[in-house]
Design a protein around this ligand. Structure first.
Ligand code: 2P0
Length: 336
């Protein structure tokens, strides 16, 4: 086995300030609307991919243990996509090391598929630029398209009448951001989620009477968020982010049957964020496909806000600053 047959990559999770919730194409993972996120410096995922020319099947492990059947199936389908684009049909051994609690709304699928994309594309000799990597990561998990990039990333939705919508849907770094922001994550529950975001998104699009309104609102939020970040206006960005997240949750809560990711604890944290704001604090909440609340605030106030939230709610907090792009490890040891 040569080094070229093994590649190791690390990627970080991201949290959307303008959310992705709804696909126009399930197979190609094309979103109905664009989204904008901050990559976090915490909770990286590291994935190694080793081509195994003589193996009869792929093997998928997480932290050294066999992955669940559902995870393994999704990884193998993704490797099939890579093999279609490569001249090499070898099976592979994939091992993933996560530091983020899986399935708790802290975006392990984003960091996971971004790291897998970079490692697998390298091990199979695909020569992709960041945009190509982002398009490919999108096929694994939509939000992974954004974790290819550090800082703030914008993921484009293709026009429905674009000649090649697959080519038109990629993320890129949002240039010219002038805010110095952090996200304080309030950690409520690290258990698995009640319903996958993929299924929840599908049900929301199909059954929520609020979905059309959500879609037009989020399409307006995207350029406003971009302008706020580029103008250095964190207060405007925070207000848009909190409204966008509450709108997404209201939309899924009106699906049939309803989808509830937020718990009583989440709503109590939200009340505390509002109370801090009423007392003059600069903090705004956002929530994803899980109960945890993430609080956007100025970087130099994050430690103080984290302390205030821990005191007020009794929950653990962690401060995340903007994180780096996905990266390849220079000299991976071939996996055994
Ligand atoms: C986001 N989320 O923009 C939104 C907000 C969760 C809430 O993207 O079906 O794992 O694999 O494309 O990316 C989580 O969904 O879904 C997500 P798929 P994904 O971050």
């Amino acid at each position: 086995m040569t080094d070229a047959a093994t590649a190791v990559a690390t990627a970080h999770p991201n949290i959307a300030l303008v959310k992705y919730w709804g696909k126009q194409d399930e197979e190609l993972v094309l979103p109905l609307a664009g989204s904008l996120s901050m990559t976090l410096h915490i909770y990286p995922t590291t994935t190694s991919v080793s081509r195994r020319p003589t193996a009869a099947a792929d093997t998928v492990t997480m932290d050294g243990l066999p992955a669940t059947e559902a995870v393994a199936r999704r990884v193998v389908r993704f490797l099939d996509l890579i093999r279609q684009r490569s001249c090499c049909g070898d099976h592979a051994a994939v091992d993933t090391r996560n530091t983020v609690p899986v399935g708790a709304g802290l975006a392990s699928s984003a960091s996971g598929f971004a790291a897998l994309t970079l490692a697998a594309a390298t091990a199979y000799g695909l020569n992709l630029n960041p945009r190509g990597l982002s398009r490919l990561a999108r096929r694994g998990s939509g939000s992974a398209a954004r974790s290819v990039f550090g800082g703030f990333a914008l993921w484009h939705a293709p026009d429905p009448d674009a000649p090649d919508p697959d080519t038109a849907s990629y993320a890129e770094t949002l240039a010219g951001v002038r805010v110095d922001a952090a996200l304080v994550a309030v950690l409520l529950d690290t258990g698995p989620k009640p319903i996958s975001s993929r299924e929840a998104m599908r049900r929301t699009v199909a059954t929520s009477p609020l979905f059309p309104a959500w879609l037009s609102d989020t399409r307006l939020d995207l350029p406003r968020m971009r302008a706020a970040l580029q103008a250095g206006d964190l207060a405007a960005a925070g207000e848009i982010a909190e409204d966008n997240a509450l709108g997404m949750h209201a939309t899924m809560e009106s699906a049939d049957p309803p989808i509830h990711y937020l718990t009583g604890q989440s709503y109590r944290v939200l009340e505390q964020v509002r109370a801090l704001r009423a007392a003059g604090g600069n903090c705004w909440a956002t929530m994803d496909a899980g109960p945890n609340v993430k609080v956007l605030c100025p970087a130099d106030q994050a430690a103080h806000i984290a302390e205030q939230l821990t005191t007020a709610t009794g929950h653990r907090t962690i401060v995340a600053r903007p994180g780096p792009p996905a990266r390849l490890h220079p000299h991976p040891k071939p996996a055994r």
